[in-house]
Design a protein around this ligand. Structure first.
Ligand SMILES: NC(=O)c1ccc[n+]([C@@H]2O[C@H](COP(=O)([O-])OP(=O)(O)OC[C@H]3O[C@@H](n4cnc5c(N)ncnc54)[C@H](O)[C@@H]3O)[C@@H](O)[C@H]2O)c1
Length: 291
């Protein structure tokens, strides 16, 4: 099957990164969101990523122009999906919301469409059950920031066909990503580990064991992680991190109970880089300044 038209549903942290790598790979890429503002921000950020890629000599001006030409936006999921070969769902990690999106897509999409979800934790079998074509549904889990991270985790649901997995692998490879295939289990491989480490760091912060800076420094330099767990949480989005933990707590038990301090930050609207403040403050031109 030839994939030409890709739709990314959700223009947030992940959706815009996925749309960037998709357009760069030469797919006609439409981003759909319910918020006009998010679509505008996504278009702006994709332009900035393209400019940075030119400066770093990763692409030339012609490639950047082609890339930007391949990006489209829409607020109408029904009409967009009717013309789509491959859909990547990247709306917030809430079951009801994903269900609503997948049911809508199922009602309007052509027969051959592949439905990939960027879910970090939710069962692709369950996501497939929201449609009448579960054999064409799987998780396609990208990492943040999408343009820099080299992996896509592919998770098959009970009914997902081999053909669907091969198509997802081929699309991921065309986007320049390596893939791993993971058995369905809450949190797959990466989200389970990342949520556990991030949550533990929040408990440490809450217990006053060290400052946020020192927790991050210890993990970076002592354990050789490229980023500390608290700065990573701010990059991922603390609301996203909390949603993942709530799901893992529900499915895998007590060891994933979200740290109360994390819940408090989310209640306060301190969601990380995307709101200008999380564990750290980014309001000063994106620079990391003290908590
Ligand atoms: N943030 C990360 O680091 C990360 C990493 C891997 C996977 N994920 C997963 O990716 C998904 C998206 O996460 P995110 O961090 O990009 O979220 P986000 O909150 O940054 O963005 C979500 C976007 O979806 C839009 N949206 C909400 N309802 C919608 C609807 N009905 N139709 C269309 N758009 C809608 C919102 O307006 C928003 O722009 C989640 O499932 C998350 O678990 C996130």
């Amino acid at each position: 099957m030839t994939i030409e038209k890709v739709t990314v549903v959700g223009a947030g942290v992940m959706g815009r990164g996925i749309a960037y790598v998709s357009a760069l790979a030469g797919f006609q890429t439409t981003i759909v969101d319910v918020s006009e503002e998010q679509l505008q921000l996504a278009t702006k950020q994709i332009g900035q990523l393209a400019n940075k890629a030119i400066q770093r000599k990763k692409i030339d001006a012609n490639e950047a122009e082609r890339l930007l030409h391949n990006v489209h936006t829409s607020m109408n999921l029904e009409t967009t999906v009717a013309e789509t070969d491959f859909l990547i769902e990247a709306v917030p990690e809430k079951r009801d919301l994903k269900r609503h999106v997948l049911e809508t897509v199922d009602g309007y999409a052509p027969k051959h469409i592949i439905l990939a979800s960027n879910t970090s934790t939710i069962s692709p079998t369950e996501l497939g059950s929201y449609t009448k074509r579960p054999q064409q549904v799987a998780a396609m889990h990208f990492f943040n920031p999408v343009h820099r991270m080299g992996l896509v985790e592919i998770v098959k649901g009970l009914e997902t066909s081999h053909e669907t997995v091969s198509i997802i692998r081929a699309v991921a490879e065309r986007m320049g990503k390596e893939t791993v295939e993971v058995k369905e289990f809450p949190g797959f491989v990466t989200s389970r580990i990342s949520a556990m480490v991030g949550n533990e760091a929040f408990y440490m912060l809450q217990e006053g064991i060290a400052t946020a800076e020192d927790i991050d420094k210890a993990i970076r330099l002592g354990l050789n992680y490229p980023m500390g767990p608290l700065e990573l949480g701010d990059l991922v989005g603390l609301d996203t991190r909390l949603n993942n933990l709530k799901y893992l707590h529900e499915t895998l038990g007590e060891k994933f109970r979200p740290a109360p301090l994390l819940e408090q930050y989310v209640k306060a609207g301190r969601l990380g880089r995307k709101t200008g403040r999380g564990v750290y403050d980014y309001t000063n031109d994106g620079e990391l300044i003290k908590k």
